[in-house]
Design a protein around this ligand. Structure first.
Ligand SMILES: [Ca+2]
Ligand SMILES: [Ca+2]
Length: 192
């Protein structure tokens, strides 16, 4: 590698580092949450992609996680809620993941990126504003019950896992959305 390249790389690193630093100071809204945030209103997530129904499923999954974990009371109107959790789907991608012996794609990876903010409705203070990414793997030829993949990453494969049934892409989407809902709930808990 010649010096010019090394210099370029160093410059790139500096830029990346600065970006990260800016990102951190922007996102690091630590400090203590004002006490008394007990409720949340979650409007339907925006969908900037052309993939149908994902925003609805995502919003439901997040609401279910919050209610299952019993961390905040779900409220139907922003006016009567102490906080607002809103967001949107930025991108959805289906990309080749593994290839067979003939160099044809055998498994695809479904990737979703979303942006979420959690806001105090009274003061407009932003508790966090963050991007989340999640994915699920699916076979295009085989049913999830016989694709040799641990589709939902729970350690059980195919016939040993009663969850690995149905349309393989739908399953991958559900797995990805469920994972992202858990990440968001953890982020909310981490803010405390
Ligand atoms: Ca499994
Ligand atoms: Ca499977």
């Amino acid at each position: 590698m010649n010096m010019a390249w090394i210099k370029k790389l160093l410059n790139l690193n500096t830029i990346l580092f600065s970006l990260l630093a800016v990102g951190c100071s922007y996102y690091s809204l630590a400090g203590n949450l004002p006490p008394g945030i007990r409720s949340v209103y979650i409007p339907l997530f925006d969908n900037e992609t052309t993939v149908a129904n994902v925003a609805e499923t995502l919003t439901t999954q997040i609401s279910n996680q919050i209610s299952d974990q019993n961390i905040l009371e779900l409220v139907n109107f922003e006016e009567s809620s102490q906080s607002l959790l809103k967001g949107g789907i930025i991108s959805i991608l289906d990309t080749p993941y593994t290839f067979n012996a003939n160099e044809q794609v055998s498994d695809y990876r479904f990737t979703i990126e979303i942006e979420v903010s959690w806001i105090n409705t009274l003061t407009q203070e932003i508790f966090f504003e963050k991007k989340f990414t999640s994915f699920g793997i699916y076979s295009i030829d085989l049913d999830p019950s016989m694709d040799g993949l641990d589709n939902d990453n729970d350690g059980l494969i195919d016939g040993d896992d009663s969850d690995e049934i149905g349309d393989s892409r739908d399953l991958a989407i559900n797995v990805a959305l469920n994972k992202i809902a858990i990440d968001i709930v953890n982020e909310i808990l981490g803010t405390w």
